[in-house]
Design a protein around this ligand. Structure first.
Ligand code: ATP
Ligand code: MG
Length: 495
């Protein structure tokens, strides 16, 4: 269980800051956004810019801790680069000019241009070219977990597509193509571990590389109906790709290519308000909105769907698999991570070279690897929730156990406190709802926290000395003496 050493592991709700909402938030189109607002995990400050409140921050820190452990395990080293970055670096690669309005630019008091980093290829390449001279200092992979800013054209869905958001971005520098590909493979393994440990159902798919010919990329998709991305997969040969990538393959005559559909409507449309619209899932971003030169990846496109066009997409299954011609199936997903073999795109432009064993100057081969921390947490809620709130995997839930006392009876309070301490001593993080509130209010609020195991010290404790313990996700409640609670909690958390 990932635990967060920066936060207390046993918290009393009475002194906590978890301002839950009774009413439905008005502008939340997807479940995760709505539930994070209701649970008092986030609050909006401006479009795409949020406060992270204690419960939400704890959840994001859990994701961050898993990502950090897996990056370290893969041999990457953590750095922290500035968020404010000088124009000169971006001018070296030409991205100052090609990056559109997503790049938030400003001048300092000396009228020098800067921007808020939306991604850090230039900054890291500059660091590495200054410090690394010899083949003996390579290969190296550096990563950071940092706030990014992208002035997204349509920030929405809460943390899922913010303007300010937390990202892990890693960059690898290798001496040769084969070495770079081995690094890429190790990072893919790390990504598989990260998303598995976060308790997500996910898939990785081949994705479009756009302008960067010869390189390749994979996207990690959390399967969810509300996802903005579409993927196709072939159950026969195992081919799986982002639909944009699949669409670059020859399409049988008669079907309209995705590219054509997307080119015909560069402004993009939203289909909100169409009668069959699922919240969020039909809100599609247009081509101009997402062909961003500043993405970690090459320019890419979301799937614009035209009003009135039959769902789910311009490539209706069963389109044939471009590799084996078997029928493809189509799924929606949330892109939570993207790994990309950059090759020499940045190292060439910025002259990041090294001397090989023969003393010959050579260009470093790069890769870059992103994970959206907030988007991953939100995706977990898209996958795990019921009508009462999120149901989070223990690895990323803000706490492991929610302990609720329903009466202010001194014996119950005393038993709850000693139970909380016992669980805590065994490494279980406890939020104790000790507030003097009605039971109904407490149960409603409790379900909003997403905490996977619930313990109630209530009437039965006063009557018979037993407490109730149950998993947040369905499952029947067990009535046990407090002495059996620890074992039961461990069992539920391990499920
Ligand atoms: P998208 O196509 O969804 O805009 P992207 O291709 O621009 O994503 P990358 O540049 O590859 O994304 O960034 C790496 C990761 O950062 C993404 O996989 C995603 O998890 C996260 N991310 C990107 N943009 C945002 C955003 N606006 N809000 C939250 N997370 C984001
Ligand atoms: Mg983007």
């Amino acid at each position: 269980m990932a635990s967060n050493s920066h936060s207390p592991r046993f918290v009393r709700w009475s002194g906590y800051f978890a301002p839950t909402l009774r009413e439905e938030p008005g502008d939340a189109e997807v479940v995760s956004h709505r539930l994070m607002l209701k649970a008092g995990m986030i609050r909006k400050v401006a479009a795409g810019i949020y406060d992270l409140l204690p419960l939400g921050l704890r959840g994001l820190r859990k994701v961050e801790a898993i990502v950090r452990e897996e990056m370290d395990r893969a041999g990457a080293h953590e750095v922290l680069l500035p968020m404010v970055t000088p124009a000169e670096l971006w001018q070296e690669t030409g991205r100052w000019d090609v990056y559109g309005k997503e790049l938030l630019r400003f001048q300092d008091r000396h009228e020098r241009w800067f921007c808020l980093g939306p991604t850090h290829e230039e900054v890291i390449t500059d660091l590495v070219r200054r410090e690394v001279r010899s083949h003996r200092q390579l290969p190296i992979t550096l990563y950071q977990i940092q706030t990014k800013f992208r002035d997204e054209v349509r920030p929405r869905f809460g943390l899922m597509r913010g303007r300010e958001f937390m990202m892990k971005d890693a960059y690898s520098f290798d001496r040769s193509d084969p070495e770079a590909e081995a690094t890429y493979g190790r990072m893919r393994e790390a990504y598989d571990r990260v998303f598995a440990r976060c308790g997500l159902r996910f898939t990785s798919v081949e994705a479009a590389t756009g302008a960067i010919g010869g390189s390749f990329s994979h996207e990690y998709m959390v399967l969810a109906e509300s996802g903005e991305d579409q993927t196709v997969s072939c159950s026969k040969c195992g081919f799986a790709a982002n639909i944009e990538f699949a669409a670059t393959a020859p399409i049988p005559s008669g079907s309209r290519s995705l590219q054509a559909a997307s080119d015909a409507h560069p402004g993009g449309r939203t289909l909100q308000g169409t009668p069959d619209a699922l919240p969020g899932s039909r809100t599609l971003q247009g081509a101009s909105a997402s062909s961003d030169a500043g993405s970690l990846s090459a320019p890419r496109r979301k799937i614009p769907r035209l009003p009135g066009e039959p769902s789910p997409s311009p490539i209706e299954p069963p389109a044939p698999c471009p590799k084996c011609s078997a029928p493809l199936s189509l799924t929606r997903g949330i892109e939570v991570g993207h790994v990309f073999k950059l090759g020499e795109k940045y190292s060439k432009a910025m002259k990041a070279t090294f001397l090989d064993a023969e003393g010959k100057e050579r260009t470093m081969v790069m890769g870059c690897y992103g994970i959206g921390i907030g988007r991953t947490f939100a995706a977990a809620i898209e996958q795990g929730h019921d009508e009462n709130g999120p149901i989070l995997p223990p690895s990323i839930a803000p706490f492991h156990v929610l302990l609720t006392t329903v009466a202010q009876d001194p014996r119950a309070l005393e038993a709850a406190e000693s139970l909380a301490k016992e669980l805590n001593g065994a490494g279980i993080e406890v939020l104790w709802d000790d507030r003097d509130e009605r039971a109904g209010v407490k149960f409603k609020d409790g379900d909003l926290t997403g905490i996977p195991v619930k313990i109630v010290v209530g009437k039965r404790f006063i009557e018979k000395g037993t407490i109730e313990i149950k998993p947040r996700r369905d499952g029947a409640a067990c009535e046990v003496p407090p002495s059996a609670a620890l074992a039961a909690a461990h069992e539920f958390l391990a499920r």
